[in-house]
Design a protein around this ligand. Structure first.
Ligand code: SF4
Length: 252
């Protein structure tokens, strides 16, 4: 895999595109495969570039040099025309690299009848101007098994800026990740969403084993969170699209 030169690791600037366009890796229509809206038909708009490099990334084609070069510069008008479901998911890569253009895109989507917009983000970039225009912020902060580092201040900004419209979703790939997750949440705030979603490494070929291992890890946790058993706050989930189409499929 070639490391992307267009969005260097850690850069919070979007990859360059023609003026007035967004770099689109793919647009597809499928069901939401994970999180609290699992199973809902949606149009997915995947934007190019990412400021992180997670070891288990299942969409590296969105930020490699080749992936960024292959992205199609697309106007917000055209993206709105391509959206055919009532729910739209803006994903990546890291869609918040493109935060300055998202209000206009979401405006156009609403004008086309889109009723619900989710932004899937690694929770390292926040923009208070976007807080009210997004229906669901799906945060996926990174744990040590990813090789990346979460940013508690930014996660706290999402929770405070969009109360009731945030879900927290963690990929847990090693026993220390669960401990690190609770330590991170302790740093962030005691007022969290009602559920903490966790899921296994979607790139593992033995996905069923990875899922069983995660369930066993959660059930073995005897800690508590401000007087509540920690495991009672967790919901273990599998990626439905991963189960249905396997780890290598795109556009599903
Ligand atoms: S933040 Fe998401 S897109 Fe970026 S490297 Fe990590 S998993 Fe991949």
């Amino acid at each position: 895999m070639t490391v992307d030169a267009a969005t260097p690791h850690g850069s919070t600037e979007p990859p360059a595109t023609r003026r007035g366009t967004l770099p689109v890796v793919e647009v597809f229509h499928s069901i939401q495969g994970e999180g609290t809206r699992t199973g809902e038909p949606a149009t997915f708009i995947r934007l190019a570039g990412c400021n992180l490099r997670c070891l288990w990334c299942d969409t590296s084609y969105s930020w490699t040099t080749e992936g960024v070069r292959a992205a199609v510069p697309t106007t917000v008008e055209d993206l709105a025309l391509m959206s055919r479901e009532r729910a739209v998911v803006l994903t990546g890569g890291e869609p918040m690299l493109h935060r300055r253009r998202l209000p206009e895109l979401i405006d156009r989507l609403r004008a086309r009848g889109v009723a619900h917009v989710t932004v899937e983000t690694n929770a390292t970039l926040w923009d208070p101007d976007l807080a009210d225009v997004v229906d669901l912020w799906s945060l996926s902060p990174k744990l040590p098994g990813s090789g990346e580092v979460a940013e508690p201040e930014t996660i706290a900004a999402f929770l405070a800026g969009a109360p009731g419209r945030v879900q927290l979703k963690f990929v847990v790939t090693q026993p220390g990740d669960l401990t690190a997750m609770w330590a991170l949440l302790d740093t962030v705030d005691a007022t969290l969403p009602p559920t903490i979603l966790v899921q296994p490494d979607g790139t593992r070929s033995d996905y069923d084993v990875a899922l069983r291992e995660l369930v066993e890890l959660v059930m073995a946790d005897t800690g508590d969170w401000h007087g509540v058993p920690r495991r009672s706050l967790i919901r273990v989930g599998a990626q439905v699209h991963r189960v249905a189409w396997g780890p290598a499929a795109r556009g599903v």
